[in-house]
Design a protein around this ligand. Structure first.
Ligand code: XMP
Length: 506
């Protein structure tokens, strides 16, 4: 187990993911909430930060329980922090050191640089520079612009680097992390999907005993993997509920429900399409549509959860990025999620919560799913928003509009699969616009709907770019849609990036 102390860098989660890729478990904790029990941690990594160590309000935690006691790797801000407060000096650099640089080793035979060639490319991102090393500091490497690019502290297992080993542009970054964690700190590489499944199943059995658990399945990766893990642990004491809100993709409810049953899940499919349509009637404002859908879902789920007798737990597919306590750049703050009006909550929300994936990143959820034999097609599905097609039908929603959009979307998605483009795209879908346009079919004038196609590449949905789909593909899909889907006479392709646009149109 490795402790990553977060000073607010945009790269902190990336450090954690690289460490996990080495099959080493790690946890991110904010610098102002260092865990009291340090026993489980075999090594510590200090992250970068948007702060300057010279600033008044810069993070300044007490590391006396860690430094010299545990092997420590200080990255960027961490490296400057160790220098600044221990007899070295940090100064503003004349040139902003940002981007690629070549690392030149000064000391040979350092275990820290095992297997890393001279002049390896590293990624810099900082505006201060370490002018003088801290007490007992030994310079290990420099770049053309940065004298103290890497150092260690004599007599301690403390290493510090000015560059970012966690970003891919640092070519041997992962090797460096491995040298530090495995060779120097002696951390075991035992964090594998198999080990995770075995341990988690045992922990869930211990925690849940004979208790009953309800879980809402969405058809997505997280809830599915959570369900399979729980099913392994407690079998049919897991009651899954899969709600059809009528806003899913064409045939999705039936096909995913079948898949779930084939996986041996104890799942009840609830078709509440009518109820959701009713709740959305005459609603055209995006946020109000979301609220109406959220409310209807809670009502339906609550009704269903009540049908399970003596249920104690609600399982959720929460993953690690949702639970990491964030370090705010505008002064340390703690994100607290709380339910204020406990009395007004639906009954199922008063249940105890079990979240088997809360320590996993998304890529790890997929690896665990694969390990448990879940269909790769299901694991590779594009993200799909909770409110479904409701936020892709601009304006008010009717059963007819849902039908039209389902047909268009199915042609687009099946086309992507047929052309082997589906896995190259992060998310794709069709949008039904609230305008009619004039067309001509045969000798007839038409006045019908316009649909937009959207396909984006992204890593986390925070930023995205439109995908350069082949013209031949767009041509085939467009023809197909206009010829087959009654009510549509025009297809356009969305070429906006996020920002400034968003992925969904509403
Ligand atoms: P935007 O449109 O904000 O979307 O660029 C980013 C990602 O979030 C999804 N999304 C939602 N997911 N409920 C959800 O569960 C929502 O209300 C919602 N709105 C957007 C969107 O599909 C994309 O993956």
């Amino acid at each position: 187990n490795v402790l990553i102390l977060d000073f607010g860098s945009q790269y902190t989660q990336l450090i954690a993911r690289r460490v996990r890729e080495l099959n080493i478990y790690c946890e991110i904790h904010p610098y102002h909430h260092i865990p009291e029990n340090l026993e489980p941690f075999k090594a510590v990594i200090l992250s970068g930060s948007p702060f300057s160590v010279r600033a008044e309000d810069a993070p300044h935690p007490d590391l006396s329980q860690l430094r010299g006691h545990k092997p420590m790797l200080a990255v960027c801000y961490g490296a400057q922090y160790l220098a600044h407060f221990n007899g070295g000096s940090v100064e503003p650099s004349n040139i902003r050191e940002y981007g690629r640089a070549k690392l030149s080793m000064i000391k040979s035979g350092e275990v820290f640089f095992n297997g890393i060639p001279e002049n390896t490319q590293v990624w810099m991102s900082h505006s201060d520079t370490i002018a003088q090393l801290p007490k007992n500091g030994v310079r290990l490497a420099s770049t053309a612009d940065v004298l103290n690019a890497a150092y260690r502290i004599d007599g301690e297992e403390t290493y510090a680097i000015q560059f970012h080993p966690e970003v891919y542009h640092s070519t041997h970054g992962k090797q460096l992390l491995e040298n530090f964690l495995v060779t120097i700190a002696g951390v075991q590489q035992t964090w594998t999907p198999t080990a995770f499944v075995d341990t988690t199943v045992a922990v869930l059995q211990e925690q849940l005993g004979n208790d009953k658990v309800v879980l809402g399945l969405s058809g997505g990766v997280d809830s599915t993997v959570a369900a399979i893990l729980l099913n392994k642990a407690i079998g049919n004491n897991l009651y899954c509920i899969f709600v059809n809100n009528g806003l899913l993709r064409k045939n999705e409810f039936e096909s995913v429900l079948h898949q779930y049953k084939d996986m041996g899940l104890n799942v009840k499919g609830v078709d509440a399409s009518e109820r959701f349509l009713e709740a959305l009637k005459n609603e055209s404002d995006p946020e109000r549509k979301r609220k109406a859908i959220g409310k209807a879902f809670i009502e339906v789920f609550d009704d269903e959860a009540h049908q399970v007798k003596d249920v104690d737990w609600l399982a959720q597919g929460t993953i690690y990025p949702d639970v990491i306590e964030s370090v705010s750049v505008n002064g340390p703050s703690v994100t607290i999620k709380s339910h204020h009006n406990v009395g007004g909550l639906p009954d199922f929300m008063k249940l105890k919560i079990v979240e088997p994936l809360r320590m996993l990143f998304k890529d790890e959820v997929r690896r665990v799913g694969k390990e448990m034999g879940i269909d790769p097609e299901l694991l590779g599905r594009h993200p799909f928003p909770g409110p479904g097609l409701a936020i892709r039908i601009l304006g008010d929603i009717t059963a007819e509009k849902v039908r039209i959009l389902q047909e268009v979307d199915a042609i687009f998605i099946n086309g992507l699969k047929k052309w082997n483009l589906y896995d190259k795209v992060w998310q794709a879908g069709a949008i039904l616009l609230p305008v009619n346009s004039v067309g001509v079919m045969g000798d007839e004038r038409t006045y019908e709907k316009v649909v937009a196609l959207r396909a984006v590449e992204s890593t986390d949905g925070m930023t995205a770019d439109w995908v350069n789909l082949p013209y031949e593909f767009l041509q085939e899909v467009s023809n197909h849609i206009i010829n087959r889907v009654k009510g549509v006479n025009r297809v356009v392709y969305d070429i906006s990036s996020k920002p400034p646009a968003t992925i969904e149109w509403e």
